[in-house]
Design a protein around this ligand. Structure first.
Ligand SMILES: Cc1cc2nc3c(=O)[nH]c(=O)nc-3n(C[C@H](O)[C@H](O)[C@H](O)COP(=O)(O)O)c2cc1C
Length: 355
């Protein structure tokens, strides 16, 4: 995957509409994942498994802290290819109980000068049953996988709990962790579920069904106090972690916004960091924190780690920086950690926090 210069490949891919480019990328990954020699070749180049970065989390070994964020592999079709891309873990989904087509196309846009993406995909996915089939196929593959769950578009808000209950039951014995996604801007009314009553109830239901760690993924478009209160409610209700953040609907962040969808990538960076940091100041040490949003360099990943993130995730950076991004970040992280005089990532996590 470092065989072809990504700058050249990107020129070609960026001539295609974004969704076609994504489909091609998926095809390449599926091919790599299905061919063990190819897989071993790329994993040997890109997958950093290093004692400085290796962590035990949720009873599993994470070889490195850089994961692929939700939404890239919506159906769990590329799980076995993830070490080839160098990721220490992957979050599949968002999966809904029933398959659904998502929003009408076009629904995926690039803001090239800003290294950003605007997406209004709307949870296009093949449904829980397809994902279970994929997870069954990969059950002997020892790799951390998060399962990100959401409600179907046609499910009314007052019945949303039932969708999450269905999904907890479906995935109760799968994956390394489960994520409640109520932070996508592309399912009407979904973000309204970011309220304390819903969070309390959804975690109560989830906890009764599965022993798997359940995490909450939040939106960046909240006041810090509100986000902290929601996260605290989630932790009190049994959340094993917080993922901050999803995409933003602050369209002032790019010069030529589309009228739909959420913005990810570099323009989201500071907004995502600020909210993450505010949450970490309150909740670091009480729950596992994962930071995502605008991370495309080791320096940025390290800033999140020093601010309390045990793990980080990327999506948009992969599109702009290419398939060696995770490797590049991990190699540089080892250097940064050592340069600060630490022996292990755990010593760097939260080093910048006040408490
Ligand atoms: C095309 C696209 C689809 C996404 N789909 C999902 C999704 O299904 N569920 C989810 O929780 N987040 C989804 N996200 C949000 C990402 O997981 C991530 O939180 C966000 O993009 C910020 O990270 P980034 O700046 O590194 O891209 C999606 C993002 C993009 C760009």
């Amino acid at each position: 995957m470092a065989l072809i210069d990504y700058a050249t490949l990107k020129k070609l891919l960026f001539k295609l509409d974004p969704e076609t480019a994504h489909t091609l990328g998926g095809l390449a990954l599926r091919t790599v994942g299905a061919l063990p020699p190819l897989m071993r070749f790329f994993a040997a180049r890109n997958y950093i498994d290093h004692p400085v970065l290796r962590q035990r989390i949720f009873g599993r070994t994470f070889a490195n802290p850089v994961g692929l964020a939700a939404g890239f592999d919506k159906d769990g079709d590329y799980i076995t290819a993830m070490p080839a891309l160098g990721f220490g873990f992957t979050e599949i989904g968002t999966v809904t109980p029933k398959a659904q087509p998502g929003n009408p196309k076009p629904r995926l846009f690039r803001h090239i000068d800003e290294a950003a993406i605007q997406n209004a995909m709307g949870f296009n996915n093949k449904g829980a049953w397809h994902m279970i089939k994929q997870l069954k196929k990969t059950r002997f593959f020892d790799y951390p996988v998060g399962i990100n769950i959401g409600k179907n578009k046609t499910t009314p808000e007052n019945e949303a709990l039932r969708d999450y209950e269905t999904l907890f039951k479906a995935f109760k014995d799968y994956g390394t962790y489960i994520v409640i996604n109520i932070s996508s801007p592309n399912t009407p009314g979904l973000r309204d579920l970011q309220n304390e009553a819903f969070i309390r109830e959804v975690f109560r239901i989830g906890r009764a069904i599965t022993d798997r760690p359940i995490l909450l993924k939040i939106a960046p478009d909240m006041e810090p106090d509100q986000a902290i209160a929601l996260c605290r409610t989630a932790v009190d209700a049994g959340a094993a972690g917080i993922i901050a953040t999803n995409t933003t609907v602050d369209y002032s962040l790019v010069p030529h916004p589309r009228s739909i969808g959420g913005i990810s990538g570099r323009p989201l960076r500071e907004k995502s960091f600020t909210l993450f940091r505010a949450i970490a100041e309150e909740l670091y040490g009480q729950t596992l924190l994962i930071s995502v949003g605008g991370i495309d360099t080791a320096a940025e990943a390290y800033r999140r780690i020093r601010s309390g993130a045990s793990l980080v995730q990327v999506y948009t950076g992969l599109i702009y920086r290419g398939p060696t991004l995770a490797r590049d970040i991990n190699q540089e992280l080892i250097r940064l950690i050592k340069a600060d005089g630490f022996n292990h990532i755990s010593e760097a996590i939260g080093a910048d926090l006040k408490n």
